[in-house]
Ligand binder design. Structure first.
Ligand code: NAP
Ligand code: MG
Length: 494
């Protein structure tokens, strides 16, 4: 692939976005950006210094409160005014759809079939949160139970928020935090993941074009230690994180000590519970989206298929044929379904799981090779394992690659037990020809979301992980509340 084939406004950069301008970093280190389809380095970004981080947080604090004139901060704008900025930002993002898609694909290998929707999805998230402005404007007055007085329950933005994102959806997982933060009246410092530091710059450019005031959005790049320093920075009021469970735990511990509000969207190991009456053709249509989205690098996908014994072989055949029919290759090709793994280290992790599955006695019905079939890039052959038992590592641990495990159950009780026997609690799907039976079963899955016959995320509904999958919720009014702090003002009834 040559650079000419793609729209890549940013490749090698020296600057960070602080106080409304791209400013040269004072940091000494650099992080390279690699195209996972080729293994070639094509970009690089600075690693922010402590001074850069201090400047970004200070700018965000000034923008929050308004530096010169009291009442002139982002927090002081009427919610309807902030909503107008969000809508303008949405349109500016749509203008940059191709550059966002190509940069994202070159950073993490997500096929353009996926990344070409990133801008529209981001725009729709901003418009959704803009539509919640009335929630912030409607007075909430609650009488004392004895009728002696009343309380006005006000909502204040919490302050400067640290937004820390992973590499699998570098636009969406920033925007899911940025949109509610801005709507609430918060200002932010964003730290993207090291493999994907460039595509998010196009969101910042869109914010500049939308006229969002200086300091409201700041962007710093650098390693995990920069994320750690951001989480603990004295100027930060709240942390929003998406990423791995171990890093989430360490952030939660830091926020516990600081008594700093935190939302965490972490890993998962979700199940597709297939009932005996399943329509296999219908399931085949949504299988990849629900169980292998983004080359298996999606937190909520149902990577364990729980199949009834009486239909086990049929199901294994359907899943195998569906995965085999999906093309893997150049992620810039619109027909590609499976790209490479996002990084060399992720490729090695996924191959380790494939070896572990084979060693523990699982049967690969497709893939299963530890060679990719490609002469370069971080590809892993999409792999389906049958005869997987609940104790195997591939059945229990998050793989984050194109590997599906099919387990067998003989009673619904057993299926529910297997589905819930994991430390995670993020997603899950139920496949049945009977929508009422599927709906009745959903409450028995101990997870934050369940899809009946498909899985998709809805910006208007909370996306929340239970147990090791996280704390708090993103999206919906619940997602906005995470950026607000309440104040009860008691007054005499006039
Ligand atoms: P990660 O290692 O947890 O990193 C996530 C982000 O945190 C990156 O920006 C990373 O920076 C930063 N970071 C690393 N160490 C940190 C620390 N000690 N303090 C503060 N920030 C720190 O996860 P990843 O490797 O990027 O992504 C893969 C994982 O994310 C998977 O395990 C997946 O389960 C999870 N994930 C969950 C969801 C969800 O919504 N639940 C979505 C996507 C991914 P560097 O990149 O510079 O290290
Ligand atoms: Mg990591």
């Amino acid at each position: 692939m040559s650079l000419l084939q793609a729209t890549l406004p940013y490749t090698h950069t020296d600057d960070l976005f602080i106080d409304g301008a791209w400013q040269r970093s004072t940091g000494a280190g650099r992080t390279e950006v690699t195209n996972p389809a080729t293994g070639e380095v094509w970009g690089s970004v600075p690693q922010a210094s402590v001074a850069d981080l201090d400047a970004a947080v200070a700018a965000a604090r000034r923008a929050f409160t308004g530096s010169a004139v009291v009442g002139s901060g982002w927090r002081d704008l009427a919610p309807a005014v902030r909503a107008r900025f969000l809508r303008r930002l949405a349109s500016e993002i749509e203008e940059r759809a191709e550059a966002i898609s190509h940069t994202n694909t070159w950073e993490n290998g997500s096929p353009v079939a996926e990344t070409s929707k990133a801008a529209a999805n981001a725009a729709s998230i901003f418009r959704y949160f803009a539509s919640l402005a009335p929630l912030l404007e409607t007075p909430d007055i609650r009488p004392f139970p004895d009728g002696s007085a009343e309380t006005v329950v006000r909502l204040d933005p919490v302050g400067v928020c640290a937004l820390i994102a992973p590499w699998n959806f570098p636009i969406n997982l920033v925007v899911a935090k940025l949109a509610p933060a801005l709507m609430a009246g918060c200002t932010v410092v964003i730290k993207p993941a090291s493999p994907t530091p460039l595509s998010v710059r196009l969101i910042v450019d869109a914010a500049v074009a939308a006229g969002i005031p200086a300091g409201v959005i700041n962007l710093v790049t650098g390693p995990g230690s920069l994320g750690d320093a951001l989480v603990k920075h004295p100027g930060i009021a709240k942390v929003a994180f998406t990423g791995s469970t171990p890093v989430g735990r360490s952030i939660a511990a830091a926020c516990g000590t600081l008594l700093r509000p935190v939302t965490l969207e972490l890993g998962g190991k979700s199940s597709a519970l297939v009932l005996p009456d399943v329509d296999l053709d219908a399931m085949s249509q949504v299988l990849i989206r629900s169980c292998m989205r983004n080359t298996g690098q999606t937190c909520y996908i149902s990577t364990r298929v729980l199949a009834p014994a009486e239909r086990y072989d049929e199901l294994v055949d359907m899943v195998t044929a569906t995965i085999q029919a999906a093309p893997q290759g150049d992620p810039m090709d619109a027909a590609t379904v499976f790209g490479p793994s996002a990084t060399h280290s992720q490729q090695q992790i996924v191959r380790g799981y494939i070896r572990s599955g084979l060693a523990e006695g699982a049967r690969a019905t497709t893939g299963g090779d530890v060679t990719s079939g490609f002469d370069r890039g971080f590809f892993v052959k999409p792999t389906v394992f049958a005869d997987v038992t609940p104790d195997m590592r591939i059945a229990r641990e998050e793989i984050f690659g194109p590997v599906l495990s099919i387990l067998r159950y003989s009673s619904l009780e057993e299926a529910v037990r297997i589905a819930n026997d994991t430390p995670f609690g993020l997603g899950g799907t139920i496949f049945s020809a009977d929508p009422d039976a599927a709906f009745a079963l959903a409450p028995r899955l101990d997870t934050g979301s369940v899809g009946l016959g498909f899985f998709a995320s809805n910006h208007a509904a909370p996306f929340a992980g239970r147990h090791d999958s996280g704390l708090g919720a993103e999206f919906g009014p619940e997602g906005l509340r995470a950026y607000l702090s309440v104040q009860s003002v008691h007054r005499r009834i006039r």
